[in-house]
Ligand binder design. Structure first.
Ligand SMILES: O=C(O)CCC(=O)C(=O)O
Length: 271
């Protein structure tokens, strides 16, 4: 595939100090115009082609569980397509991730497309990092709609400051995680804030411990097409997995590595 016509995503984004403060304080930040409409449109096509094909493996909506209704989830697209590779390994995106976390350099953990179909269900409250064998490591998820996405189509909700709780134990995305974490939000009095309406190319970044979820997609016609990239600080060491999901992640995203090794397999490039 000749990439010469694809827009470059390498230029630096002029990140405002207020965004860094917001991220540090609340555990997430909304970054407007991280990619331009033209840039997003160019990369949307290969991501959507791969995800639409993958969606054929899903059962009809009414036969899925809560997790399955929330979105079509397709992972590590950057290894499947040269164009997506340029998107996921973008230095502009990685630069913002590093600055928000306050680290020198980041590596990619994995990417994933999260397509919430028309009338798709809500995304239950959860903490991302409970899936990852990266205790004590700074991690962040970039979440970017590839089409304009209103709040009603399912942009993210965040519990401000909830990253301060750290690891709350194994809790996969489910009705149970929703109930348990809603209790935590109430008990701690965390304010719940929506990212609101987003334009294609805007992005939110959230800390791996920030409790977050999303409403269902109220649209009857339009899919909430989103691409995400997960980063962690370079130099991190893999922690001992304490749950099946962390064991699974270790085998999948750090192939050939074990607890105590530097988190840097051949599929965790430095960006
Ligand atoms: O897209 C969603 O609905 C949920 C996304 C999410 O939880 C994440 O990217 O960490």
């Amino acid at each position: 595939m000749n990439n010469s016509n694809l827009p470059s995503l390498e230029s630096e984004y002029p990140l405002k100090p207020e965004s860094v403060d917001h991220y540090q304080q609340n555990g997430w930040a909304l970054i407007r115009g991280l990619a331009s409409p033209t840039e997003v449109d160019a990369y949307r096509q290969p991501i959507t082609t791969l995800t639409t094909e993958y969606a054929k493996n899903y059962k009809p909506m009414e036969e899925r569980d809560t997790y399955g209704k929330a979105f079509i989830q397709h992972m590590n697209l950057w290894l499947m397509d040269e164009q997506v590779r340029r998107f996921t390994l973008s230095k502009r995106f990685a630069g913002v991730a590093a600055k928000l976390m306050g680290v020198e350099r980041v590596r990619v953990y994995h990417d994933q497309a999260l397509y919430k179909e028309p009338q798709g269900g809500p995304t239950p409250w959860h903490q991302d990092q409970q899936y990852w064998p990266l205790d004590g490591v700074r991690c962040v998820t970039l979440w970017m709609p590839l089409v304009d996405a209103s709040k009603e189509m399912g942009t993210l909700n965040f519990a401000n400051g909830s990253q301060s709780l750290g690891y709350l134990g194994p809790m996969n995305i489910s009705d149970d995680s929703d109930t348990e974490l809603e209790n935590r939000i109430q008990t701690n009095g965390f304010e719940v804030v929506s990212a609101g309406d987003m334009t294609a190319g805007d992005a939110t970044f959230h800390n791996g411990w920030c409790i977050h979820g999303a409403p269902g997609n109220a649209s009857h016609t339009t899919t909430r097409e989103v691409m995400t990239i997960i980063y962690f600080e370079d130099g991190a060491v893999i922690s001992q997995p304490d749950s099946p999901q962390r064991e699974n992640d270790l085998a999948t995203w750090f192939p050939g590595l074990r607890a105590g090794d530097k988190a840097a397999s051949e599929i965790n490039p430095l960006v």
